[in-house]
Design a protein around this ligand. Structure first.
Ligand code: IMO
Ligand code: MG
Length: 430
């Protein structure tokens, strides 16, 4: 299929980078369409580990074109650092990275505003990544934002930056942070614009040309569906549309261009930052997942909260995003747990619900309804065929699959590229 969207079905960190890297081998183009440097997509090749924040995970595959679509909020300094870092590691992106001229720019003041707003929220803070994501999207929608194309024009930048900084500096002072120097900001922005210029392009036109030419396009979602600004656990979410719903606005491709939607789910659940998490396990099982699964944030280094697989969240992603198939990640991490729980519904005051609630207050009242399944002890990392998995692991996969209502087509049993089980029928493999 020539246009595939891969997105996370939970609270992020599902293993999207790992799967995008696999599919990138059979793609011409990989596109980020939303979010920004709040993402931390990890690809492990042999003994090399790459953590990508803004670059699409196709960067690691030679010959793949990487596009940062118009829906991404771009921190140009972070992006150029990533490009430099890959260059040091002999991965050259010249000629195969395009950054949308319509993408909005994250300036240092967006990051400071992120911290200021979090401080002002007090106990209700979201636990953002401090990458400036919310303030940059807010500026876009209040129409105070600046686009990548504007970085090349001092006459465009100056008045908007000055106007924005006047009001933002007041908020920064209120939160006890240092105000920003407008002239310095302007000089830095123009300098970074010059460095970014070789990559700046009209990606909307380019992507539409590639699509019409039948090129294999892979759309890489960041964050996860439970962090989606509309469908997630609002207000404990990010500020973009993280599923296939973000593709049209974030790329300029017609939504109907997407032919296949692959949802990525971890075999258990993690979340970083504050907010409801009905299946969180703060006991030994959660500890097992955190330690064995190395559940530490790739962007912020924070410890991830861990818990059981939540079919309510996964089914909502399947229902609203038209998921065709899923990749089940980190199954190997569950080895050694005696019993495994899967949340099949929530209960609020004794009433069962099957859809994530609308308000944070109701989210907090949700009690998970669990099904308990037997665990297994065997190490799964060397297994490449479904039939070779312990029977308890097979039963667990089939149970989770039935709960989601869509096929599991890949099972990851280790972080390294080759450690997965392909469940697709032979005819569907490359
Ligand atoms: P990847 O793409 C996990 C979380 C933050 C916070 C909330 C809002 O690696 O899966 P933001 O900085 O976006 O305003 O923070 O969203 N969050 C993520 N959690 N993985 C991510 O990305 C995330 N990006 C944002 O922890 O709770
Ligand atoms: Mg991450």
């Amino acid at each position: 299929m020539s246009v595939t969207c891969v997105f996370g079905m939970q609270w992020g960190d599902e293993g999207k980078g790992r799967i995008v890297d696999l599919i990138a081998a059979e793609s011409d183009v990989v596109v980020r369409y939303q979010g920004g440097a709040n993402a931390g997509h990890t690809v492990i090749v042999g003994d090399q580990k790459y953590v990508l924040h803004l670059l699409p995970s196709g960067a690691i595959r030679p010959g793949v074109l990487n596009v940062i679509g118009n829906g991404v909020v771009v921190d140009p300094w972070t992006l150029l650092d990533e490009v430099e870092e890959l260059k040091r590691r002999d991965i050259d992106l010249s000629g195969r990275l395009l950054v949308s001229d319509r993408a909005h720019v994250i300036f240092p003041y967006h990051k400071l505003m992120d911290r200021a707003l979090e401080a002002l929220r007090g106990d209700a803070s979201i636990g953002t990544t401090s990458r400036g994501i919310g303030p940059a999207y807010a500026d876009k929608y209040t129409r105070d934002g600046l686009r990548v194309a504007d970085l090349l024009r001092a006459e465009e930048l100056r008045p908007t930056l000055l106007r924005n900084l006047t009001s933002r500096n007041e908020i920064l002072r209120k939160a006890g942070l240092e105000p920003i120097d407008p002239q310095q900001t302007l000089d830095d922005a123009l300098a970074v614009g010059r460095r970014l210029e070789p990559y700046i392009a009209d990606t909307v036109t380019k992507l539409n040309e590639l699509w019409r030419a039948g090129k294999r396009i892979l759309l890489e979602g960041a964050q996860g569906f439970a962090l989606d600004v509309d469908q997630g656990s609002y207000p404990y979410v990010t500020s973009s549309s993280c599923g296939v719903n973000g593709v049209g606005p974030g790329t300029g491709l017609p939504p109907k261009a997407v032919q296949r939607v692959l949802g990525i789910v971890k075999a258990y659940t993690t979340r970083v930052g504050a907010g409801p998490f009905p299946t969180e396990d703060v006991g030994p099982a959660g500890e097992h997942m955190g330690v064995r699964g190395k559940e530490v944030g790739a962007t912020t280094g924070r410890k991830r909260r861990c818990g059981w697989f939540d079919a309510v969240v996964a089914r909502h992603a399947v229902r609203t995003q038209g998921v065709d198939a899923t990749a089940l990640m980190k199954l190997d991490i569950l080895s050694g747990l005696d019993r495994l729980k899967v949340c099949t519904a929530y209960e609020i005051d004794g009433r069962r619900i099957d859809v994530p609630p609308a308000s944070a207050a109701h989210w907090r009242m949700c009690r998970p309804v669990y099904e308990s399944l037997p665990g297994w002890r065997e190490d799964l990392s060397g297994i490449r065929r479904f039939d070779d998995l312990p029977k308890e692991a097979r039963a667990y996969v089939r149970f989770v699959e039935a709960q989601m209502g869509v096929p599991v087509e890949t099972i990851s049993v280790g972080a390294e590229r080759a450690r997965f089980i392909d469940l697709r029928p032979a005819a569907a493999r490359a």
